[in-house]
Design a protein around this ligand. Structure first.
Ligand code: NAD
Length: 295
């Protein structure tokens, strides 16, 4: 399959689409923000006039959109993917959305002969640029086999975890772990700083031990500079935790720590910080303790 459509060219979608272009695929792109399409067309992509148009010109359609309503709109809405797709087209939704929404959209796609995978990613913009995302895939094995070479151009780890929806269940687990790690880092580092110990030295002293983590290595150097430019916006993490809480409650699974971090993020949103990187969660603790964790 050589003809790929890409819908949603934001922080993540743009570099992912660029990597597919670099790999030599014929790419048709669309975003509701026309400036984003212009950038990709300059880099060699074909301009799609709508999600329907992209689907009509592609064998595989990839979507990289904010949340469930945006994917529903782009796939099921008027001038959407299913209006343009021929039977046999494969839809790969790489957005992080509610697992139940993935299942509903896949069932509607199936009625039109379109097979769907949910394939959300972890790694953020730097790994999207480098083509080294972790991609977690749900959906039929045979559909996965047909597109796994394409996914491998965007990620260094591409894992099928189960049937449709399970990619997004895996992503919710990922987002709970990331949120709780950032909160733990923030609580600890604010305490150390207020106790009068240099937070840079605390970071260097502990990063090789059991408390060391990918989160600590990615977020602590930025916090020490007071750099909360996204990256991954707090508002998107709120969206993921809302999906995690809904899914957990539907299944009868209490998630007490996730709900606390959700409330911390809500407080930051009220404070005008929704567009900060999620590493900016440390500012909540800094305000409470009246101290700043800076090198
Ligand atoms: P973004 O807001 O930067 O980009 C989303 C793009 O979708 C925008 O360009 C927007 O104009 C476009 N769009 C919205 N509705 C549309 C529609 N109906 N039709 C066509 N285009 C539409 O978001 P992002 O940071 O690129 O995130 C995309 C997804 O990836 C989200 O689900 C997010 O949770 C997930 N994700 C993000 C990161 C990150 O670090 N940013 C990391 C992992 C996963």
């Amino acid at each position: 399959m050589k003809k790929i459509g890409f819908i949603g060219l934001g922080i993540m979608g743009k570099p992912m689409a660029l990597n597919l272009l670099k790999a030599g695929y014929e790419l048709t792109v669309y975003d509701i923000a026309p400036g984003r399409v212009d950038e990709l067309v300059k880099a060699g992509a074909r301009r799609g006039s709508s999600s329907k148009d992209v689907a009509a010109r592609s064998e595989v359609v990839i979507t990289m959109l904010p949340n469930s309503p945006h994917v529903r709109e782009a796939v099921l809405g008027p001038n959407g993917v299913l209006d343009g797709a021929k039977p046999g087209t494969i839809l790969v939704d790489m957005s992080s959305i509610a697992p139940l929404a993935s299942k509903e959209i896949a069932a509607k796609a199936q009625e039109k002969g379109v097979a769907m995978l949910d394939a959300p990613v972890s790694g953020g913009e730097p790994k999207a640029v480098a083509g080294t995302l972790a991609i977690m895939v749900g959906g039929p094995q045979e559909t996965f086999e047909q597109v796994k070479d394409i996914l491998a151009k965007m990620g260094s780890s591409v894992t099928r975890v189960g049937e449709i929806g399970s990619g997004n269940v895996t992503k919710l687990a990922n987002q709970i772990i990331v949120a709780l790690n950032i909160a733990g880092m923030s609580e600890a580092m604010v305490l150390a700083t207020k106790a009068g110990v240099d937070p840079e030295k605390v970071f260097q002293a502990i990063r090789g031990g059991l408390a060391g983590s990918a989160i600590l290595d990615a977020k602590m150097p930025l916090a020490l500079k007071g750099n909360f430019k996204p990256g991954f916006r707090i508002e998107l993490h709120i969206k993921d935790l809302a999906n995690a809480l809904d899914t957990a409650h539907e299944l009868g699974v209490p998630v007490p720590l996730s709900s606390v971090v959700m409330e911390i993020m809500q407080a930051l949103k009220t404070d005008g910080k929704a567009a900060n990187d999620h590493g900016g969660l440390i500012q909540f603790y800094e305000q409470l303790a009246k101290v700043e964790v800076r090198a």
